[in-house]
Design a protein around this ligand. Structure first.
Ligand code: ADP
Length: 184
């Protein structure tokens, strides 16, 4: 099984992705986690990405596509779970090309949803608890704008091609996991 877990910032993709990856033995590919590690380690990628990530913007497509390509090319026989990618139409198109190249056909897309105020409340809480630099009021607002302008169109792109399973992201973590398992 190969999965793309899609949805707005703060909807719980990371939390659910960890659980699904463990249950289904999938390689969890989180572009956000990869970028945060690169920033913490001060690698060249991290140095380039830092300003974009911390201001709530997007890292340029060519950089992030190259990163995902490297990981997918080296994935052997194991299914994967993409979390936080694709986030733009250009990334979605590049990913389709990559799937074609690597003869990956079976990919399911699950989209988690929640009202915007809930997303904001969750991110503010996470900022206080975990100190993520992009979880501050102003940056959160910007991330939601970027999501609506650049990432939301990816949903339509997949609805027209592969189909998207919508899952309500409200409720307990267990509730949401159960709903995802049901649509899979
Ligand atoms: P969230 O979904 O809560 O915004 P992520 O951990 O997925 O958190 O992403 C954090 C940040 O990392 C994004 O705001 C963006 O700056 C950067 N990032 C992650 N994935 C991508 C991507 N596919 N393309 C461009 N930038 C990305």
């Amino acid at each position: 099984m190969n999965l793309i877990l899609f949805g707005p910032p703060g909807v719980g993709k990371g939390t659910q992705a960890m659980r699904l990856a463990a249950t289904h033995d999938l390689l969890h590919i989180s572009t956000g986690d990869m970028l945060r590690s690169a920033i913490a380690e001060g690698t060249p990628l991290g140095m380039t990405a830092k300003g974009f990530v911390e201001s709530g913007g997007l890292v340029p497509d060519d950089i992030i596509i190259g990163l995902v390509r490297e990981v997918l090319e080296s994935t052997e026989s194991k299914g994967f779970l993409l979390d936080g990618f694709p986030r733009t139409l250009e990334q979605a198109r590049a990913l389709d090309d990559l799937f074609r190249e690597l003869a990956i056909h079976e990919v399911r897309i699950v989209m988690l949803t929640a009202p915007e105020q809930e997303l904001i409340d969750r991110m503010v809480k996470r900022g206080l608890e975990q100190g993520r630099k992009d979880d501050t009021a102003e940056t959160i607002r910007h991330r939601l704008e970027v999501y609506n302008a650049q990432t939301e169109p990816v949903k339509t792109f997949y609805e027209k091609s592969r189909g998207v399973k919508l899952v309500d992201g409200l409720g307990t973590v267990d509730d949401v996991t159960a709903r995802i398992e049901k649509v899979l």
